[in-house]
Write a protein that binds this ligand. Sequence first.
Ligand code: URP
Ligand code: ZN
Ligand code: ZN
Ligand code: ZN
Length: 496
Amino acid sequence: MRLCVVLLLATWPLLTTAETLLIKGGTVVNAEDEQRADVLVKDGKIAQVASGLKTPKGAVVVDANGKYVMPGGIDPHTHLEFLMGGRTGVDDFHSGHRAALAGGTTFHIDFVLPLEGDMMKGLKNYWDKASNALMDYGFHMAVLEWSDKVAKDMATVVEAGVNSFKFFFAYKGAFMVTDETYLKGLMRCKELGALPMIHAENGDAIEIMQGLLYNQGIRGPEGHSLSRPAFIEGEGTGRAVRLARLVNAPLYVVHVNSRDAALEIEAGLEAGQRLWGEALAGGIALTDEPCFSPDFKKAAAHVMSPPLRSKSHQVHLKQALASGKLQLIATDHCGWNSSQKAAGRHDFRAIPNGIHGIEERLHVAWEDLVNSDMISRSDFVRLTSTEAAKAFGIYPDKGVIAPGSDADIIILDPEKKHVLSAARHFSNIDTSVYEGKSIKGQVVTTISRGRIAFADGQIKLKAGAGRCSAAALAGVRRYMLYAPSSRAGLFGWRSR
Ligand code: URP
Ligand code: ZN
Ligand code: ZN
Ligand code: ZN
């Protein structure tokens, strides 16, 4: 074992471009099973998974004895260098990727907003933003209005590698769409074979509640939570799911933060709909208690939409993940510094929405779901990696340890203990909503397309090492492609 370490250190400069890697002696965990096996990596791909593999000449050996070797995490919901309300989030594709790799995430899908009403302009803007990427990534596109141009733009960006579109039932006056736009967008997604996604709240109701609270003198961050109760998140989710059912479209519900929303998804699944419910690291590890703290900085750091909820919601979300009623775990990583959050010091409506998590997600899920015995290690892989790869058309390039797949791999030491803290995290954010959280189990090595990306507590890759997923670039189209005239396509819900 010592020899391996010596070899590893001696060849360290080579590792970021290593041609051949042998990960030896670990337990390989996939979404379907786990087995003691070695993993041979060649030219960025997994070449072989079997026990007792011989070390090829010149290969770098990584000792994984007593550790779990798993597919790199896939975070299907992030906002790097996000522009909202005239402010830009503090994590770009460089710092965000450093944070992700340190936490075992090797792929993420970020949200693009159209620029000057044009989707392709927006996408090009994000390709530029991502030029300093360290790891691989893909993009979703937001639909903010409806017109013939938007319908055409959607086809253009699908050709350019986007296969998912997000609609907002919140942020009135900025991103919110009408039910009409949403329905037309759902039907267009079906024609294009793309996956629609929904931010399910109710922007009209929220705006009215915000005004009432403000006029009653409630100005602090607690006003944010009070203006968006769980049953309104449930209303938005129920509406989104039912409208998807009306036109027989698949639907991915982002950031499910309440029992109310989770139950609506469950009802849709029981009615036979093709749905994904996305829980967040924040939703399973945090509650809304800090949002009511008199410490503004602390409370504002926890402001996101939909808001964090009480303990009973948190327990429900975890149980829904464990029982398969929610399908995966993302972060909605959206990094604001406390100086940016301070814009809402005297008016909660002006606090930039969003919390971080791209760095913490795997560790939080390991601690709160695996260590607490709610899910198996294979379920962990499914919820944090495999399911997202399948939903967004990048499986089996990503999301599995198998011959032919990209060598995006993490090695987790189940005995290593650590404490999450802003003082030690790689993200640019100056606070941590996970401050002081103890975790047993730590990602000690992260490999991105065959290159050691993180080891010994350090990032080993440089800006420019990442690329837009080839699979995503190919514009995978597979969701409910149907002939628009088909009765079954339009009225599938009748038989349910
Ligand atoms: O509060 C949040 N979620 N901020 C990011 C934007 C969004 O709605 O996903
Ligand atoms: Zn940077
Ligand atoms: Zn959202
Ligand atoms: Zn988001």
